[in-house]
Design a protein around this ligand. Structure first.
Ligand code: XMP
Length: 522
C-alpha cells in the first residue's frame, strides 16, 4: 500500500487515481495524520501539493515521524517544499508565479544510481505541468538536483541514502504526458510495490470482509434507487451474504416513467437481489399537495422516505428475528470522494446535502453502517459493476436526484404534472439514446415550467405549458457546461414532445452553465 498525504491541492485525488490505475493499492489521508496511528504499513509515501506556502504561519505540517520510517517518500510541488523545509532547505516565492507547460531537463548521476530511478526510461528532456508560486532557492544538504527547468534550478531533487524524492511539477495531471511513468517508477521500482490490485481482488477481499463483519446469521438492510452506486453495493452484498441482505425500493410517486418496474427488473430479475418494492406514492403526493417551495419539497420527500424505509425495515427485522438473526447493519453506497471530503484536514465540507445520506436513520434499531464502496471512485464502481455482471444500462445510468421529478416540476407537484414530465422526459432520453449521445452527456432531463404559452394546433389556438430540456457535461457536478446538441436531434425531440405529450405546446433548451445556474432548476 502507498500512503498519500493530502495538503489540500485540487489535484490530490488524481494522485490516488494514477497509483490505483497502475494496479497498486493506495489510500489518501489528511497531511496531519499521525503515522503511529495508521492501521497499515505503507511501502512508500507521496506528499501532495497545497494552496499554502511552507513558510506560512498556519501552513499544514506533516508528522515528522515519516522521515524516520526508512521508506521512500515522493513530494509533489508543496510536498517537495515540505521535504526541503524539514531538511533545512530554503523555500521562497518565485519572481513570477509559474503556471503551465515547462520543459524539464533530467540530470543523471553515475555514482548515485538510486537518485536516477525516478526518471528511469525517460528522455533527457520531458514536458511537465507547473502550478506554483513558491520554489526552492537553496537545496538541502546531501540532496542532488535531478531535474531543472529554465526558471526552477531545483525542479527535481533526490536523496540517495534516505530515498527521498521531490518534484516541483505535477506528474498526476495529463498535461505531464509521461507523468504516469514517473509515478510507476516511484511505486514499482523505488517502493517495490506489487501491481496486483484488481477489481477481482477487491471483490474477494470485500466479500470476505463483509462476511466477517456480518457473521453467519447477521442480516443487513439497505435502500436502493436503481442508481449505479446503490445497485453495485447491493449486488456485492448479495454475493457476500445472499438473501440475508434485504434491499428496499421506495416508490415515492415522483420517479421517472415506469421506473419502479424497470429497477425491479434489473435488481431482482437480472441481479437476483432480495428486493422489496414499497408503493408509497400516494403518501408522498398527498404530502406534496400545495407545496411550491423547492426546499420544502426536499424536506417532505426526505422525511417521508425515512419514515417509510424505517417502518419497512422494522417489518423485515421482525420477520428476520423469527427465522435467523436480527438486522444489525445498514448498507450505504458511500464513495471515496465523500470519505475524503469528510476526513480532510480542513474539516468536513459544509456543502454535502443533508439527504444524500440517511444519517440518523433507524436510531432505535441501533444499526451499524456497512459501506463496501468507501474505498472506490465512481469509475471504479462502474468497473466493479461490470465485473459483477451488471448490464451496461445500469452501469452508465445518469445520476438522478433523491427528490426525483418533484424538483423538475416547478411549482406545485400534482399527479397530472407528474405525468406530463414523465412522458416528455421519456421521449427526451429515448431520442438521446437513439442518437448515441447518452454516454457523452453526464446528465439530462426534462422539466416542466409553471407558465402557459400560446400556440396554434390545426386551426385551434392552444394555451399550454412549456417543457425545458437540460443536458450537461461535467466530471464532478460542481461545475458543468451545457451540452452542444446537433440541431436535428433537438428537432426530433421537440417535434415528438409537442405531438405526443398532451398539455405541452412549446419546448425550450436550457443553455446555462453551472455556475451561475445549477444543474437542476430547483
Ligand atoms: P445542482 O442542481 O446542485 O445538482 O447543480 C448537482 C447534482 O446533484 C443532484 N441533486 C440532488 N441529488 N438530492 C439528490 O440526491 C437533491 O436534493 C439534489 N439536488 C440536486 C443533481 O441531479 C445533480 O446531479
Amino acid at each position: 500500500t502507498i500512503l498519500i498525504l493530502d495538503f489540500g491541492s485540487q489535484y490530490s485525488h488524481l494522485i490516488t487515481r494514477r497509483v490505483r490505475e497502475l494496479g497498486v493499492y493506495c489510500e489518501m489521508y489528511p497531511c496531519t495524520q499521525k503515522i503511529g496511528e495508521l492501521n497499515f504499513k505503507p511501502k512508500g509515501i507521496i506528499l501532495s501539493g497545497s494552496p499554502y506556502s511552507v513558510y506560512d504561519k498556519d501552513a499544514p505540517r506533516v508528522d515528522k515521524e515519516i522521515f524516520n520510517l526508512g521508506i521512500p517518500i515522493l513530494g509533489i510541488c508543496y510536498g517537495l517544499q515540505e521535504i526541503a523545509w524539514n531538511h533545512n532547505g530554503s523555500v521562497a516565492p518565485c519572481k513570477n508565479r509559474e503556471y503551465g507547460h515547462a520543459m524539464l531537463s533530467i540530470i543523471k548521476y553515475r555514482d548515485c544510481p538510486f537518485v536516477n530511478k525516478l526518471f528511469d526510461g525517460l528522455e533527457d528532456s520531458i514536458q511537465v505541468w507547473m502550478s506554483h508560486g513558491d520554489q526552492l532557492d537553496k537545496i538541502p544538504k546531501d540532496f542532488k538536483v535531478v531535474g531543472k527547468t529554465s526558471t526552477s534550478p531545483f525542479a527535481a531533487i533526490a536523496h540517495e541514502d534516505k530515498h527521498l524524492f521531490g518534484i516541483q511539477f505535477h506528474p498526476e495531471v495529463t498535461h505531464t504526458p509521461l507523468g504516469k511513468t514517473i509515478i510507476k517508477n516511484f511505486v514499482s521500482n523505488i517502493c517495490e510495490c506489487q501491481r496486483n490490485w484488481t477489481m477481482e481482488s477487491f471483490i474477494d477481499k470485500e466479500i470476505n470482509r463483509i462476511r466477517q463483519i456480518v457473521g453467519p446469521n447477521g442480516q443487513v438492510v439497505g435502500a436502493v434507487s436503481g442508481g449505479v452506486d446503490s445497485s453495485v453495493a447491493a449486488k456485492l452484498m448479495k454475493e457476500a451474504i445472499g438473501d440475508r441482505f434485504h434491499a428496499i425500493l421506495v416508490d415515492n410517486g415522483v420517479m421517472r416513467l415506469d421506473e419502479c418496474q424497470k429497477v425491479k427488473k434489473s435488481l431482482k430479475d437480472h441481479l437476483g437481489i432480495n428486493l422489496k418494492v414499497v408503493d408509497a406514492s400516494k403518501m408522498f403526493l398527498d404530502r406534496l399537495k400545495g407545496v411550491t417551495d423547492p426546499e420544502k419539497k426536499r424536506k417532505i420527500i426526505g422525511n417521508t422516505f425515512i419514515e417509510v424505509f424505517e417502518s419497512e425495515a422494522l417489518l423485515i427485522d421482525n420477520e428476520a428475528k423469527e427465522s435467523h438473526g436480527k438486522i444489525e447493519y445498514l448498507l450505504q453506497g458511500t464513495l471515496y470522494p465523500d470519505v475524503i471530503e469528510s476526513i480532510s484536514f480542513k474539516g468536513p465540507s459544509a456543502t454535502i446535502k443533508s439527504h444524500h445520506n440517511v444519517g440518523g436513520l433507524l436510531e432505535d434499531m441501533k444499526l451499524k453502517l456497512i459501506e463496501p464502496l468507501r474505498e472506490l471512485f465512481k469509475d471504479e464502481v462502474r468497473e466493479l459493476g461490470k465485473v459483477l455482471g451488471m448490464n451496461e444500462e445500469l452501469i452508465w445510468r445518469h445520476p438522478f436526484p433523491g427528490p426525483g421529478i418533484a424538483i423538475r416540476i416547478l411549482g406545485e407537484v400534482t399527479p397530472s404534472q407528474v405525468k406530463i414530465v414523465q412522458a416528455a422526459d421519456n421521449i427526451y432520453i429515448e431520442e438521446i439514446k437513439k442518437a448515441g449521445l447518452y454516454r457523452k452527456i453526464s446528465q439530462a432531463y426534462a422539466a416542466l415550467l409553471p407558465v402557459k404559452a400560446v400556440g396554434v394546433m390545426g386551426d385551434k389556438r392552444t394555451y399550454e405549458q412549456v417543457i425545458t430540456l437540460r443536458a450537461v457535461e461535467t466530471t464532478d457536478f460542481m461545475t458543468a457546461d451545457w451540452f452542444h446538441f446537433p440541431y436535428d436531434v433537438l428537432k426530433t425531440i421537440s417535434n415528438r414532445i409537442i405531438n405526443e405529450v398532451k398539455g405541452v405546446n412549446r419546448v425550450v433548451y436550457d443553455i446555462s452553465s453551472k455556475p451561475p445556474a445549477t444543474i437542476e432548476w430547483e
